[in-house]
Write a protein that binds this ligand. Structure first.
Ligand SMILES: *Cc1c(COP(=O)(O)O)cnc(C)c1O
Length: 396
């Protein structure tokens, strides 16, 4: 892929429209510029003790929360090493690139993976889950591990559907969910869905810079940890949770990211979570309306599974999607997501999550439309107009 240095860089704002890291609000940046404090002192405990229940609220969870200085990949590892032992069987899904990467982590920790093949354009089908679980006699599978919003394909899998399949099969496995690119962008019901471990990271819908990740844990998952034989130190819930409960960390926490998290949660609470999710859904629908007009395809072929946080766009044969991205970066100073793994060169991804609104989307879609035009994709005008007409008609 050719990388150009942007012609207009430095003038106006860069458009960061990759599906994470996302645009960080000025309010969050300002909050993060506060002086770092003693993480063993009383002011820190006040900060941490205020945050934990609010994080629970975001996930509609009642169980413990472990927060880590680290990327979301670390929180994947944390979920595994705190609940499972080498040789344990787990059910995973070939549903996209993040599912593939998570599987790689599971393999390195010696888990035996039963893989459900999926069509990447359709995502996980819950009836396949039910039949896999019914076939598992005598219930050797210890965990079902699914990506909620697959950021590589732009597909949201139904976690309620996963839970229903597990209940229908009467299977006691843990349910682990990667919510890295859904947290803060879509409604998430940890307790109602019976999720045992949720994995999340700071740099997507939570509107923070990278560097903070977390597990939201059920009592059942925490209890499973006592008998789990995987080695763990940095990620150990048993070490982290007793200190978190008193407002402290077993090691130096990312204090300034926690200031940022406090501000980001305040912004979401002020807007109202229902409004935050409705905004994501509206902006996603507008994006899809543009895609339909453009002579390219939405990679997701099941409309009700189209993601509210990212749209993956399939370009016509013979066009390199990375060339389209490079032109858009060069001419209009906008970064779009690249195609990952087998989708390299075939798709680009438009992130529409986090700190984002109608006019930012209008700019984003305009940049894409001009980039498609320059790339010689025919018949691509009119997408922005279709999106704007839809947005103008939406009351909110
Ligand atoms: C971004 C992402 C990850 C990985 O996050 P890192 O912070 O880069 O480790 C995992 N899963 C999903 C679904 C993601 O979107």
């Amino acid at each position: 892929m050719t990388e150009f240095s942007s012609r207009s860089a430095g003038s106006g704002r860069h458009f960061l429209q990759v599906p994470g890291p996302t645009n960080v609000p000025d309010r969050v940046l300002a909050a993060m510029s506060m002086p770092t404090i003693d993480h063993r002192g009383p002011k820190f405990a006040e900060l941490a003790l205020d945050l934990i229940p609010r994080v629970r609220g975001l996930f509609n969870a009642s169980g413990p929360v472990a927060m880590y200085p680290g990327s979301a990949s670390g929180a994947w590892e944390a979920g595994i090493v705190n609940t499972l032992s080498p040789g344990d069987r787990v059910l995973m899904f070939d549903s996209g690139m993040f599912a593939t990467l998570w599987r790689g982590v599971a393999e390195r920790f010696g888990l035996e993976i039963e893989l459900v093949e999926c069509d990447w354009r359709k995502g996980v089908e819950p009836d396949r889950v039910e039949s896999a679980l019914r076939a598992d006699r005598p219930q050797r599978l210890k965990s079902v591990m699914v990506v909620h919003n697959e950021t590589s394909t732009g597909i949201t899998n139904s976690i309620a559907g996963m839970r229903a399949a597990m209940d229908a099969a009467g299977h006691p496995a843990l349910l682990m969910v990667d919510a890295v690119s859904s947290a803060g962008s879509m409604e998430y019901l940890q307790d109602d869905w019976g999720v045992d471990v949720t994995i999340a990271g700071s740099q997507k819908g939570l509107m923070l810079p990278p560097g903070l990740s977390l597990n939201v844990i059920s009592e059942k998952a925490f209890a499973a940890g006592a008998g789990a034989a995987s080695h763990r130190s940095y990620w150990s819930w048993a070490d982290a949770l007793p200190s978190n409960d008193t407002g402290y960390f077993p090691y130096t926490p990312p204090t300034n990211l926690l200031y940022g998290l406090k501000e980001a949660l305040a912004m979401m609470e002020e807007e109202g979570l229902a409004n935050v999710y409705a905004r994501h859904s509206r902006l996603a629908e507008a994006t899809r309306r543009a895609v339909e007009v453009w002579g390219v395809e939405n990679f997701c072929v099941i409309p009700e599974k189209s993601s509210d946080s990212v749209t993956t766009v399939l370009v016509p044969e013979g066009i390199d999607a990375d060339d389209v991205r490079a032109v858009i970066l060069d001419r209009f100073d906008m970064s779009l997501g690249t195609g990952l793994g087998p989708l390299t060169g075939k798709v680009f991804r438009i992130g529409h999550l986090g700190h984002f609104n109608e006019l930012m989307l209008a700019g984003t879609l305009s940049g894409v439309e001009m980039g498609l035009e320059i790339s010689g994709i025919s018949g691509c005008s009119g997408g922005v107009t279709a999106a704007l007409e839809y947005l103008a008609g939406q009351a909110h």
